[in-house]
Write a protein that binds this ligand. Structure first.
Ligand SMILES: C[S@@+](CC[C@H](N)C(=O)[O-])C[C@H]1O[C@@H](n2cnc3c(N)ncnc32)[C@H](O)[C@@H]1O
Length: 327
């Protein structure tokens, strides 16, 4: 049963001062003027926003109306805006929107992710686990959907979600394409909540067989690292942080060995740290002589989503994500 009222997120979390000091040092240099507002969001759990992703494998009767009556609106465009809309400042956005909406080679439209967000950090109640039943919706940080959208998954494609646990993005992947075998997908949705995963660094047994690979790499998750740790744990995590780029580089190389020509590898993290983001991608690109300094890839190494208080930035980013865009 749905609890019909939304509640503000409240929790007692203890801040790890050492981690904050390191972030201040590093991010004021890397992000400049953007850091104070990003810092304010990270330090105020009440301002953290969660999207509500509907599960299209269940009948979602009534939830859409409840969400809309509470002021939630869809994150992704349900229909493409006209070419001169203020939300899509360039033609790339319009093409991306059309691409998100439909698959030209298929007679029926491709399923789109249904995610609702609110202009204020209102938290929709999470749905309790009901044995034998799928959840009708999941709460997740809306920015987590960007790597999944970047995969541009089409029906029938093989996707490897290389660092899957606990499974938020894998769930989003299941919402993006029509599965060949619906019961397998339903089983997957269930399994993902049992936190099943395995650790290896070698994915070469998939050698050149996959079209899409997602590397949502283990990283110094800024938001959670700031909280819930003693000063001893903080020290330990900062040491661990220095070792992460080597692991991330290994995982990204392994993903590249599994993807077939013409496919795509999407690398994502939930840290703002440049040494775990563009530096990792650059290191791997440097392996390939054809990706020299004059390569066009150099100018489009990725999108950095910096937490801000205005939610509209997220919608605009979704429409612009195919072009070079650093917020
Ligand atoms: C950022 S989390 C992934 C979150 C997940 N994609 C999601 O959306 O729920 C990174 C995960 O990678 C796992 N991991 C660490 N080393 C790994 C490895 N060698 N192969 C696969 N996963 C690994 C970690 O245990 C962690 O669960």
């Amino acid at each position: 049963h749905l609890k019909l009222e939304c509640t503000y997120f409240s929790s007692k979390r203890s801040l790890c001062q050492q981690v904050l000091e390191r972030f201040d040092q590093q991010y004021s240099q890397e992000l400049g003027d953007l850091w104070p507002s990003a810092r304010a969001v990270l330090l105020d759990p009440h301002s953290w926003q969660y999207g509500v992703m509907l599960n299209r494998f269940t009948t979602v009767t009534g939830i859409t109306q409840i969400l809309q009556s509470q002021g939630f609106s869809t994150l992704l465009p349900q229909t493409c805006p006209p070419n001169d809309s203020h939300l899509q400042p360039d033609s790339t956005s319009h093409e991306l929107c059309q691409d998100l909406q439909s698959e030209p080679s298929l007679s029926s439209p491709r399923p789109t992710l249904q995610c609702y967000i609110h202009p204020y950090p209102l938290r929709f109640p999470s749905q309790a686990h009901r044995p034998g039943q799928l959840k009708q919706y999941y709460l997740l940080n809306a920015a987590s959907l960007l790597p999944v959208l970047a995969l541009q998954i089409r029906d029938g494609e093989k996707v490897l979600d290389l660092c899957s646990a606990p499974g938020g993005k894998a769930l989003a992947i299941t919402q993006c394409a029509t599965p060949g075998n619906a019961s397998v997908f339903k089983g997957l949705c269930k399994l993902l909540f049992d936190f099943i995963y395995y650790h290896t660094l070698d994915y070469s047994h998939f050698l050149l067989s996959l079209l899409q690979v997602l590397v949502d790499a283990p990283c110094s998750n800024d938001r959670s690292w700031l909280y819930s740790c003693s000063s001893q744990q903080g020290e330990q995590r900062l040491k661990e942080r220095a070792r992460l780029p080597a692991l991330q580089t290994q995982l990204l190389r392994s993903a590249l060995s599994a993807v077939r020509p013409g496919g795509a590898v999407v690398y994502s993290t939930c840290t703002l740290s440049s040494s775990e983001n563009c530096a990792v991608v650059e290191t791997v690109l440097n392996d390939c002589p054809e990706n020299g300094t004059s390569s066009p890839y150099r100018h489009r190494l990725g999108i950095l989503v910096v937490p801000q208080l205005q939610y509209t930035a997220m919608k605009i980013l979704i429409l612009k994500m195919n072009s070079q865009c650093i917020l």
